[in-house]
Design a protein around this ligand. Sequence first.
Ligand code: FRU
Length: 445
Amino acid sequence: GLYKEKFRGQFHFSPKRGWTNDPNGLVYYNGEYHLFFQHNPYGRGWGNMSWGHAVSKDLVHWKELDVALHPGPFGPVFSGGAVVDQENTSGLGKPGKPAMVMFFTGARAWSQYLAWSTDGRSFQKLEKAVVPRINKDNRDPKVVWYEPSKQWVMVVYVERAHEQHSMQFLTSPDLKDWTPVSSINGGAGRDGYLFECPEFFQLTVEGSKETKWILTGANSEYAIGNFDGKVFKPETERLNGQRGRDFYAAQTYSNEPKGRRIEIGWWRTHTDREGMNFNQSMSIPLELKLERRTEGLRLIRRPVKELEALRNKTYSYGKMKLKDNSANPLSSLDIELAEIRLEFEPGTAKEVVLNVRGVPVIYNAVKQELTIDGVTASAPLQKGKQKLIIYADRTGLEVFAGDGLLFMPVNINIKPEIRSLSISARGGTASVSDLKVYQLESIWD
Ligand code: FRU
């Protein structure tokens, strides 16, 4: 039945049927987290691009609603963001009912359009583009409020010349009338640094009062810097936001009620098979923080706290030593959906291996590398104590290491019949200080 399909993520959002790619218009409005998404309602492949729509009260359980934005004279509806116009700068709100304002790319002529809603259920569009095409491909508008100048800021991807990427900044007093103010070079070709789906937001450096702006592209590479309302000045080189497989086009929530910076990405999964009528999924929601680490300021990703509500059974293991040929302490487990939290000192061991339902997660203590299903992250883990958090769903693993410094989403269709876990050490003795395995329940009922 629906939501019970063999490779349907049980705690990851995916549409009932049809294709999805990027998350769009992530915004908290009227007591709900809205998740719009690039959607083909009519097939399992990319096409007929529309904004699908789902809502959640807790970021964990999602209810899919009717398609919010359909293709029109402007062409297919490509990606973009949304804001709540609290002060009714646009005049699109009603007394006591601020408008939710969405920006999308009309892909026929690469122009940016505006849509809005005052109830979170029905949507209207302005007929004319608010930002006509600037140069070649323009897409994926993301809008934020800049308090010091009381202006809206849009960042939109613009292809300057063939495969020459840039992010264009524009400002507006009212969300309708936009003025280009600056542009930043994003590299070239497939290795382009700031290529499509910009995300732009401010964070306070943990433990200080200092704030910084972060600009990212679709592959999660990012720069940290300063913004004066018009020009973004990066202070870092391009940095890696993730080192996994197929996490793309992530976007963060605007108007998050607790002031958190919460991100959801498109998690490209292998769900186009075995008779399933839907394809692709979203990542779990992640909380972003800006922290000062050994290597400098870094963006940190952790699973949102709300996911703890899915724990329905806890298996807790005390301190233990692991060495070659020691018995598997997890041998009695029989589990499908799991959250695993592990802390260990590698000691003299060369490797510590956690096997999650047939998928090896290998920590190499000699090189401080993490390898999952053949994907290796050789940075940026430190020597000594390691903390791992692993979420395992039918479509793969999301792994957090280095206390959120290293995020490795790895998509893999896990064999339903393998429900075992094991942990072992190779080449020496490792000490586990804490190990908890939580059985998770499905978000679909
Ligand atoms: C990224 C992307 C966006 C575009 C959308 C179309 O995955 O290519 O740039 O708006 O997908 O579906």
